[in-house]
Design a binder for this molecule. Structure first.
Ligand SMILES: Nc1ncnc2c1ncn2[C@@H]1O[C@H](COP(=O)(O)OP(=O)(O)OP(=O)(O)O)[C@@H](O)[C@H]1O
Ligand SMILES: O=c1[nH]cnc2c1ncn2[C@@H]1O[C@H](CO)[C@@H](O)[C@H]1O
Length: 435
């Protein structure tokens, strides 16, 4: 595992606190395989095309929405895109696939993907391309074989820059509960799922497989991380999602629109705060406004920020952002902590594609959480683990890292990182980071 503390010059993580008894070689060689994340996804390839508004209407899609379409319509849509030469890019996609791939690239470490994959893969087929464009550190040995295609996600970009997803599911929802390996979940640092997983036809097994994975995670005390997907899935039934999150989820990742649908709060800070009624940690991305995090720490050990205090809907909300997050149940006196960060370097001069920017932020958070577990497995007696912290770094530092990864996604075309971050960041010297 690329342990965050190994960065030589400027770090995203507080390496000055690293245990002096620890040789970095020990870290590289020992517990690497045991600190990994597992996720479930609908295996999908993104097929990106520029279209006009008339195209969206003709196929009865709705702008900004991710809708599932029938096979016959998908074939007609695909034929029109190819005949008119409108397809600009094809990428491996899926919100969890993207997140795991990015995690594996950032951490140079194992992630395990659960989902379906074609038993017979033809060279050049979508399944083939999915596998070719997936990090070799992503463990695909636990995928369930199916006799048919994986899903296609037509990513239709209209003149206003809006993305509309039309999903042709193929057999992506055929994952069965018995294909969920209990031991893989039991030993993971986190189980990552998306709200999209419950959007299935009656009788499809994916929702039951997801619940099976959640049950194993709860049995073995593995945090369940839910990323929302799209506001429309939440808007369909906010009460269902509130209940689902309260029952099953420890960490929520969402953007401000999804946060609004879930909580009724327009302000991402208030929405993240509301989500703490149900979970241990919330990440809320807010496009040009950067991102927010909210969580808990042990009251006695909260740490004051050295950054200027920020005022928002909650007064001086970032006062204790130098604290490390903990699960609420692990705190004797839980204390709420919040942090916010503006887009890295004010945002890129030119955004290539916003698709996947939120997935990138979540993969950074997962890297920090797994680094913490990795460190704890290696050096359980380290001073860093005198309390059962969830993150290795402070909330402020996690925000910084998440934001940096989102920036990297914005400056490339693919929703998955094509390469890791530079080892040395000259830009970390700049005043933005000093605040
Ligand atoms: N226009 C922008 N300018 C600067 N930074 C941006 C912009 N859009 C996004 N970002 C950065 O990317 C992060 C995530 O963006 P956003 O809130 O759009 O995610 P998202 O809607 O969840 O994306 P996706 O669902 O495609 O993964 C933000 O927190 C911010 O750091
Ligand atoms: O229904 C879906 N299930 C899983 N992933 C999806 C679905 N719709 C869109 N995306 C994925 O979301 C990513 C950006 O966050 C895209 O890469 C797309 O593949």
């Amino acid at each position: 595992m690329k342990f965050p503390g190994q960065r030589k010059s400027k770090h995203y993580f507080p390496v000055s606190l690293r245990d002096p008894l620890l040789s970095s070689q020990d870290l590289i060689n020992s517990a690497g395989d045991h600190a990994y994340i597992v996720g479930i996804d609908q295996t999908l390839v993104d097929i990106e095309a520029k279209v006009d508004d008339d195209f969206i209407q003709r196929y009865q899609l709705s702008q900004g929405h991710s809708l599932v379409i029938e096979d016959a319509i998908a074939e007609r849509l695909y034929r029109e895109l190819t005949e008119k030469n409108l397809i600009s890019h094809e990428f491996a996609g899926g919100t969890i696939g993207n997140t795991l791939h990015n995690y594996s690239l950032l951490a140079d470490n194992r992630s395990v993907l659960l989902g379906t994959m074609c038993n017979n893969i033809q060279i050049g087929s979508y399944a083939y391309r999915y596998l070719c464009h997936t990090s070799s550190r992503m463990d695909l040995n636990y995928l369930q074989g199916v006799n048919g295609p994986i899903g296609r996600c037509f990513t239709l970009i209209t003149e206003n820059g809006e993305r509309t997803f039309a999903i042709s599911p193929g057999l992506m929802n055929q994952l069965r509960p018995e294909s969920i390996p209990e031991q893989i979940i039991a030993e993971a640092s986190a189980l990552v799922i998306t709200a999209y997983l419950v959007r299935c036809q009656p009788g499809e097994p994916m929702p039951a497989a997801t619940i099976q994975a959640i049950e194993y995670a709860k049995k073995h005390d593995v945090p369940v991380v839910l990323t929302m997907g799209t506001k429309f899935v939440i808007a369909d039934d906010p009460a269902f999602w509130q209940d689902f999150i309260a029952k099953h989820v420890s960490i929520v990742a969402m953007n401000e629109e999804e946060a609004f649908e879930l909580t009724g709060f327009n302000d991402p800070l208030l929405a993240a705060d509301k989500v703490l009624d149900w979970v241990d940690l919330a990440l809320c991305t807010a496009g040009v406004d950067g991102l927010y995090m909210a969580g808990f720490t042990e009251s006695t050990y909260k740490r004051k920020t050295q950054h200027p205090l920020l005022s928002g809907a909650i007064k001086q909300f970032n006062r204790y952002e130098f604290s490390r997050a903990m699960r609420k149940k692990d705190c004797q006196i839980p204390f709420k902590i919040y942090s916010h960060i503006e887009p890295y370097m004010g945002g890129p001069d030119k955004i290539m594609n916003t698709n996947g920017a939120g997935d990138g932020a979540l993969s950074a958070l997962l890297h920090d959480i797994t680094a913490n577990r990795f460190h704890r497995l290696n050096i359980p007696n380290s001073t860093k683990h005198f309390l059962p912290f969830l993150t290795y770094s402070s909330l402020a530092q996690v925000c910084k890292y998440a934001n940096r990864v989102s920036y990297q996604v914005l400056i490339q075309h693919s929703p998955r990182l094509t390469r890791s971050l530079p080892e040395k960041e000259d830009s970390l010297e700049e005043s933005y980071w000093e605040r």
